[in-house]
Design a binder for this molecule. Structure first.
Ligand SMILES: [Cu+2]
Length: 301
């Protein structure tokens, strides 16, 4: 019986964790009936997703074991089945086991957990450094490297439904290309396969930078500079949301990150130095060109 129950649990876990990968073509944004995490495009997020599955299996096993023990006790030792209780109060062996086994389980969780934390907080030599400043209720992106000193700073607001409609008509986009409550007027633009060092701070109240597909999430606090990093391995458009309750329009200050090939990124930098609106329109033209292409093709280019 335990065998069959175990198989059932494993099948359930596989179903839950497999849901996200089944529709791998949707990148960087939530999807209807999506379960689990968005498809990972950084190694950190892939490790995070693995760690979540790993702990899910452990906690499922523990929950089932405890439930089985409870059912056993209820059936075996109720007043009808066991009218004369014996007087056992100690069992050294059982006590040793129920101390040691949880310790081993915690150690098995702690090691990969610390490994992941170390990978998240140890920032490799950055290829590019950007600063995201949260405001009520928008983001400001600055490129901090000397070679990008001529780039203006970009202020990013969520698109209204009218603006989305306009963009859809102009470029032939569907809702997925201009997702509601996620698409912005000006995105953060970074190159693919580059270590992006993300600094964050706030212009007023506490905000937070979070992009699920990259596995980054850290607070943006006034007077402080928090940092994290990501290295996206896939080109595309990725969305995140402010994750710190920051006021009335907290839900309406999304982050949009465009990951471009190095070649396109360099072109964008040159254009943005001259005319940031023209450079933004070029991003949309590239997005239009990439529409309908399989993700694998975008990764290989
Ligand atoms: Cu915020």
């Amino acid at each position: 019986m335990w065998h069959r129950l175990g198989a059932l649990v494993l099948a359930g876990v596989a179903l839950m964790t497999g849901a996200a990968s089944a529709s791998a073509e949707v990148l960087g944004q939530p999807e209807p009936w999506g379960m689990g995490f968005q498809t990972a495009v950084t190694d950190i997020m892939a490790q995070t997703a693995w760690f979540e599955r790993y702990t899910l299996i452990i906690i499922t096993g523990i929950a089932i074991f405890v439930l089985a023990l409870l059912i056993f006790v209820v059936l075996r030792f109720n007043e009808k089945a066991n009218p004369e209780p014996d007087g056992v109060s100690h069992n050294t062996m059982v006590e040793v086991v129920w101390t040691i086994v949880p310790v081993l389980i915690l150690v098995a969780i702690a090691f990969p957990s610390f490994r992941l934390l170390y990978a998240q907080t140890t920032i490799p030599t950055p290829d590019i450094t950007v600063k995201a400043s949260g405001g009520q209720w928008y983001w400001v992106y600055d490129y901090m490297d000397e070679e990008h000193a001529d780039l203006p700073s970009f202020t990013s607001y969520m698109l209204s439904d009218e603006d989305r409609e306009e963009r859809k008509q102009e470029y032939g986009f569907t809702d997925q290309e201009v997702p509601r409550l996620l698409a912005v007027d000006y995105p953060l633009v970074v190159p693919v396969d580059a270590v992006v060092h993300v600094l964050s701070t706030s212009l007023d109240v506490n905000h937070a930078v979070a992009v699920p597909a990259f596995g980054i999430k850290h607070d943006a606090i006034q007077g402080r500079l928090n940092e994290s990093w990501f290295e996206a391995d896939t080109e595309g458009v990725f969305y995140g949301q402010c994750s710190q309750l920051c006021g009335r329009l907290h839900a309406f200050m999304p982050l949009e990150v465009r990951v471009l090939s190095q070649e396109r990124f360099d072109q964008w930098v040159e254009m943005a130095k001259e005319d940031d609106d023209a450079a933004r329109d070029q991003l949309l033209v590239w997005q239009q060109e990439d529409m309908g292409q399989p993700v694998a093709a975008l990764t290989e280019r």
